[in-house]
Design a protein around this ligand. Structure first.
Ligand code: NDP
Length: 337
């Protein structure tokens, strides 16, 4: 059983030395447990938080412990009444070939659905995040302007497409021309701006002549700086993630702009609300699926995976995720389907 453990807590961007690939015997499930073979491992930005022991909404991974992560698994052995050998499930198996579960938090996959790995993306955690953050906090109205960054990623690509389905004008922000072209030509966004190009503020202002009604925040940093002056009165900002800050070791150098931010929130009466997807919206999973499955099946929602082969490539792929190397939802194929 190959396992990738946390070897050290990163200082800044994670490096390969912060992880260790170890071998251990395949575990034996006890009564009431199932043995799971990992087929797909999801790599997600929140994992950077688990590598740190700073106070957060979830406990950190301990040094020497297996890195945590969502996974699509096949039940290899079942000592649990609800599962039989061969069942496909969404589990939290972590960065390893095999894991044991008592079934808590495990969801059976519908075998009729093609692409089991979609359960880690468009039909899983990132999909629920996009759907709830946009619709419940953003509350988009027909004709409004929605801006989303990390626009071709797991969450952002869905936020923009759902906003289009709700009749909004959608402007993406993404890293590089190829991603921007994809957002406009394939995902149907009205415009997409490369945050690595010069003049982000001017380009964004040009793309949003009526200002911004909803900014779905995935990245923070300089992208938020460009968005803030364009926010309209009564704008909504679902605060989903701040990936540009995850490797930061200190606050950015001054000037202190908290006053500017608070002033904007006050005068424009902006609603900015953070959320943690399963804590806040886990109970609405079926509502999300009822909307998303038909959208996906009918082709109204498009979905792109960045599929990497082999558990041994998880570390470099995860490091790359925090730098924008992925194009689409990043998953690692760990075992054959
Ligand atoms: P993505 O698939 O979008 O991959 C991450 C992307 O972030 C990269 O491809 C890159 O896109 C962008 N990025 C990375 N570094 C930077 C940077 N320094 N500045 C700007 N952009 C950067 O990831 P997800 O869709 O899984 O996650 C998107 C966000 O949603 C993350 O912040 C994540 O933490 C958050 N999230 C929050 C949840 C919650 O419950 N609140 C649940 C799930 C996700 P590009 O090259 O286009 O810049």
């Amino acid at each position: 059983n190959r396992q990738i453990t946390l070897a050290a807590r990163p200082n800044g961007a994670p490096t390969p030395n912060d992880f260790k690939l170890v071998e251990s015997p395949v575990p034996t499930p006890s009564s009431g447990e199932i043995l799971l073979r990992t087929l797909y491992l999801s790599l997600d930005p929140y994992m950077r938080g688990r590598m740190s022991d700073a106070k957060s909404y979830a406990d950190p991974v301990g040094i020497g412990e297996v890195m945590v992560g969502g996974s699509i698994c096949r039940v290899e052995v079942s000592n649990h009444a609800d599962y039989v050998q061969g069942d496909l499930v969404v589990a939290f198996g972590g960065w390893q070939d095999y894991s044991v579960s008592d079934g808590v938090g495990v969801i059976k996959l519908d075998k009729a659905m093609p692409n089991p790995s979609y359960g880690l993306g468009v039909l899983g955690m990132p999909g629920l995040t996009a759907y709830m953050g946009l619709l419940d906090i953003g509350a988009p109205q027909v004709g409004e302007t929605v801006v989303v960054a990390a626009a071709t990623g797991a969450v952002g690509s869905l936020v923009g497409q759902i906003a289009k389905l709700k009749g909004c004008t959608v402007v993406g922000i993404a890293g590089g021309q190829e991603k921007c072209d994809y957002a406009v030509n394939e995902l149907g966004f009205d415009a997409c701006i490369d945050h690595r190009s010069t003049g982000l503020e001017e380009q964004l202002a040009q793309a949003c002549p009526a200002g911004i009604d909803i900014y779905y925040e995935n990245v923070g940093g300089k992208v938020f700086d460009a968005v803030l002056p364009l926010l309209n009165t009564k704008a909504r900002v679902p605060l989903c993630g701040l990936i540009s800050q995850y490797n930061a070791t200190a606050l950015p150098a001054g000037p202190d702009r908290i006053g500017l931010l608070m002033g904007n929130i006050l005068v424009k009466r902006i609603k900015m609300q953070g959320f943690i997807v399963f804590d806040d919206y886990g109970h609405r999973y079926s509502e999300f699926q009822e909307a998303m499955v038909p959208w996906l099946m009918s082709g109204q929602i498009k979905y792109k995976e960045d599929k990497v082969l082999g558990l041994e490539n998880a570390v470099s792929s995860f490091i790359g995720l925090l730098q924008g190397d992925n194009f689409g939802k990043l998953v690692v194929q760990v075992g054959p389907e």
